[in-house]
Design a protein around this ligand. Structure first.
Ligand code: ADP
Length: 321
């Protein structure tokens, strides 16, 4: 293998730049030339790529977002789109591709290898942390810390005005962010898609807390909770108990910002691990970090296996008063 390429795909996450940097520098140190593909698979189809030198990835480690930009590409879902993508890679002698993204991006990558023999390695990057095979995904820790900082501030005003705040965090399909943020912020209730949200019980507990002298409360809700979004939950609580609340939706603020130390370490390990996997001819695979060790897994594990929440955290999140 003489040349590889790297791209970022799907939702961006803080730490992708650190991953790009590690990929580029590991490749160069290993004697490979390396190309950066802009705008994910769409850029690959449109041949939007440039050779990267070591200095091209200087001073990006600490920055959120992705210098390569990210995108979603409908065309890449088609075999015609993937033919164009493979031709653009092959015309430059690129034999391997590192993809920072989520399970959707990995599915596309898998097709590219099966159909065109481009060797692909996925590095899990999503703030949602919902990819099996890596204890954490790039961006999760930063997103949790960003949300925590915001909720600490909400807590001040909630306490000052004796109010109930319902704070919605990201997590359409999984409660990883809500669970850690809720525990870290000392939320009175944590509402996640993996557990049943029981509005009458929540109302009873809130009422008891008010009777016991507590005057402000914070509920953290994952956007994908089965009981609804933060506004719907606020409405249900008021209807059931008469307790009014204020809703705060943190939204995309959780996707941005400088990556935390943990995300920089993780992304650096995964970028390095991805290039090593290409050199060892282990593709198609995804790299993950479990108990501090870089592991390789079949790419399909990313979408066929489900990562569970930490049972102890679920218990702590529901049990501490
Ligand atoms: P993520 O990688 O964060 O899960 P998406 O699901 O949006 O993000 O996927 C990113 C891109 O990966 C899509 O825009 C598409 O180009 C490609 N992709 C996703 N799913 C598939 C699939 N089943 N087959 C081929 N390509 C896919």
């Amino acid at each position: 293998m003489k040349a590889i390429a790297v791209l970022t795909s799907g939702g961006d996450s803080p730490g992708m730049n650190a991953g790009i940097r590690a990929t580029v520098r590991t490749a160069l140190t290993s004697g490979l030339s390396v190309f950066g593909i802009r705008r994910g698979y769409q850029g690959l189809i449109e041949d939007d790529m440039i050779p990267l030198k070591s200095t091209d990835v200087s001073n990006i480690l600490q920055r959120g977002g992705t210098i390569l930009h990210s995108a979603r590409s409908e065309e890449f879902r088609t075999s015609g789109g993937r033919i164009k993508a493979a031709e653009n890679l092959k015309s430059r002698g690129i034999e391997g591709l590192v993809i920072f993204g989520g399970d959707g991006s990995f599915r596309g990558a898998n097709d590219l290898q099966l159909e065109h023999s481009i060797r692909v390695v996925g590095a899990p990057a999503t703030i949602d942390n919902d990819i099996w095979g890596s204890d954490f995904t790039i961006g999760f820790d930063t997103a949790v810390n960003t949300a925590l900082e915001a909720i600490d501030k909400v807590r001040d005003t909630a306490a000052a005005h004796d109010r109930l705040f319902i704070v919605e965090v990201m997590g359409r399909y999984a409660g990883f962010i809500a669970l850690e943020v809720g525990i870290g912020a000392g939320a009175e209730e944590i509402l996640i898609p993996e557990t049943v949200t029981d509005i009458p019980t929540i109302c009873r507990k809130l009422t008891e807390r008010y009777k016991g002298g507590r005057t402000s409360s914070i509920l953290v809700v994952a956007e994908g909770d089965e009981a609804g979004n933060a506004y719907e939950i606020a409405e249900k609580i008021e209807k059931h108990s008469g307790i009014k609340s204020h809703v705060t939706i943190l939204g995309h603020v959780q996707r941005g910002g400088n990556p935390t130390a943990a995300d920089r370490m993780l992304a650096t390990k995964l970028g390095y691990g991805a290039v090593k996997a290409l050199l060892d001819d282990a593709a198609p695979c995804m790299v993950g970090v479990q108990n501090g060790v870089i592991n390789r897994h079949p790419l399909a594990d990313a979408w066929t296996r489900k990562k569970d929440l930490d049972k102890l955290l679920v218990q702590l999140g529901s049990g501490l008063e």
